[in-house]
Design a binder for this molecule. Structure first.
Ligand code: PLP
Length: 364
C-alpha cells in the first residue's frame, strides 16, 4: 500500500472562486493567473474549471504552450514579458500577449521579423520598484512601441505592492492614472486583493483584473479577513492518516529536540506527513490540524515524513484516522490553508506552491 498521503484538488471550488472574483469586478475581463503551475495545483487539473475566465496570465512560455495545447484559443499574457529575443517567435506563432517592462524588450521587438503583429502591455513601475518603466519614462517607451510595425496593440499594466495592507493602493493608482490618462488602450492594475477590496471602482478594476490567489481558496488579506468572509472555498486539501499512537505521561517529550513536554497524561497521534511533503517545518506546537474532521493541534517538531498531533479526547481516533493538514475534511470541516501558513510565518501562496512532488494528487 502506498504511503497514506495525498493532495486533492477541488475543481468545483476553483470554478466557484473564479465566479466570486468576477462578481467583485463586474464588467471587467478576468485574467486567471496560473503561474507556478496554477499555484501548485497543476494547470491541466484546473484548466476546465477556469474556462470561464477571459484569459490566462502566467510567466513561462512553456506553461503558455501547455494552455494552447489544452485547446485555449483566447488571450494568454506573459506577465514578465519575454526573456530573450527568440521568445518573440513563439509569442507571434501562438498569439501570446506579453508585457514590455524595459528598453531591451523594445529593442528585441524592433529587431524582430514577426509573422503576426504583437499585442503588448506596457508595464509601469508605479512605486513597487520591481519591473516596469517609471512614470517619467513611460510615455517615451509608449511612443517607441507605438511606432513599431511589429506592435499591433498596446495596453497598460501596473502592479500594487500593498493592495492587502494598510498602505493601500492610492499612491500607485494616482501615478498610473495620471501617466496613462490620454493614452488609448486597455488597462490592468488589480491583483486579487485590489479586486476583492476595491473592484467596485472602475478605475481600480480597469479593463482586466488579474485574479491569482483568490482562485485558489486563500484570502489575500488574511488575517483581516478569512476565506469564509470572502465566500471563497478551499481548492487544495492535503490529507493523510494516523500511522501511530502514543500514550504519554506528565513529563514525557515528543519528537526531535524534545520541544514539547506533556503536562499530564495525553494521547499523541503520529500522522503521515512531514516537511518532505511540503508541510512547513516552521509550524510548531499549536498549529491547527483536523483529525477525523475535528480540530486539534500539532505538538512538537515537524519531521521529514511525520508530524505529531494531540488526539487526547478526540473521539474515535486511532491508526487509520483521517488527518487533514489543510483544506477540507471528509465531514466538510474546513481548515483554511491561511491558518497553517500563518503558523509557519508565511502565506498560503507558498504552501500551495511548495507541495512536494512525492505527494500523489487527485482531482475531485
Ligand atoms: C502573481 C501576479 C498576480 C496575481 O496576484 P495575486 O495576489 O495572486 O492575485 C497579478 N499580477 C502580477 C503581475 C503577478 O505577478
Amino acid at each position: 500500500m502506498p504511503r497514506p498521503i495525498q493532495a486533492t484538488i477541488h475543481t468545483a471550488a476553483v470554478q466557484h472562486n473564479l465566479a466570486r472574483a468576477r462578481r467583485a469586478a463586474v464588467d471587467a475581463n478576468v485574467w486567471a493567473v496560473v503561474k507556478a503551475n496554477a499555484y501548485g495545483h497543476g494547470i491541466e487539473r484546473v484548466f476546465d474549471a477556469l474556462r470561464a475566465a477571459d484569459g490566462f496570465a502566467l510567466l513561462d512560455l512553456a506553461e503558455a504552450e501547455r494552455i494552447r495545447q489544452l485547446g485555449w484559443r483566447g488571450p494568454i499574457l506573459l506577465l514578465e514579458g519575454v526573456f530573450e529575443p527568440r521568445d518573440l517567435e513563439l509569442c507571434s506563432r501562438l498569439g501570446i500577449w506579453h508585457s514590455v517592462h524595459c528598453d531591451q524588450q523594445i529593442d528585441w521587438l524592433a529587431a524582430h521579423k514577426t509573422q503576426n503583429p504583437h499585442h503588448v502591455f506596457l508595464k509601469m513601475n508605479s512605486g513597487m520598484n520591481r519591473l516596469g518603466f517609471t512614470p517619467e519614462r513611460y510615455r517615451a517607451a509608449w511612443a517607441r512601441l507605438n511606432a513599431l510595425p511589429q506592435v499591433d496593440e498596446i495596453g497598460f499594466i501596473t502592479h500594487f505592492s500593498d493592495a492587502d495592507g494598510p498602505r493601500g493602493i492610492h499612491h500607485q493608482l494616482q501615478v498610473f492614472l495620471e501617466a496613462t490618462r490620454d493614452l488609448p488602450g486597455e488597462r490592468t492594475l488589480s491583483n486579487s486583493a485590489a479586486t476583492l477590496l476595491r473592484g467596485s471602482e472602475s478605475d481600480v478594476r480597469g479593463d482586466w483584473v488579474r485574479a491569482g490567489i483568490v482562485l485558489y481558496g486563500s484570502a489575500p488579506d488574511y488575517p483581516q479577513r478569512t476565506i469564509a468572509d470572502w465566500e471563497l472555498e478551499p481548492t487544495m486539501t492535503l490529507s493523510g492518516k494516523l500511522i501511530g499512537v502514543q500514550h504519554l505521561e506528565k513529563g514525557d517529550t515528543v519528537g526531535y529536540g524534545s520541544t514539547y513536554v506533556a503536562e499530564g497524561p495525553m494521547t499523541i497521534g503520529v500522522a503521515s506527513c512531514g516537511y518532505a511533503d511540503g508541510y512547513p517545518r516552521h509550524c510548531s506546537t499549536g498549529t491547527p490540524v483536523l483529525v477525523n474532521g475535528v480540530r486539534t493541534q500539532l505538538v512538537g517538531r515537524v519531521s521529514m515524513d511525520m508530524l505529531t498531533v494531540d488526539i487526547t479526547g478526540v473521539p474515535g481516533t486511532g491508526i487509520g484516522s483521517e488527518v487533514t493538514f489543510w483544506g477540507k475534511a471528509s465531514n466538510g470541516v474546513v481548515l483554511p490553508i491561511d491558518e497553517v501558513a500563518q503558523a509557519a510565518g508565511t502565506v498560503g501562496y507558498e504552501l500551495m506552491c511548495a507541495l512536494a512532488p512525492r505527494v500523489p494528487v487527485v482531482v475531485d
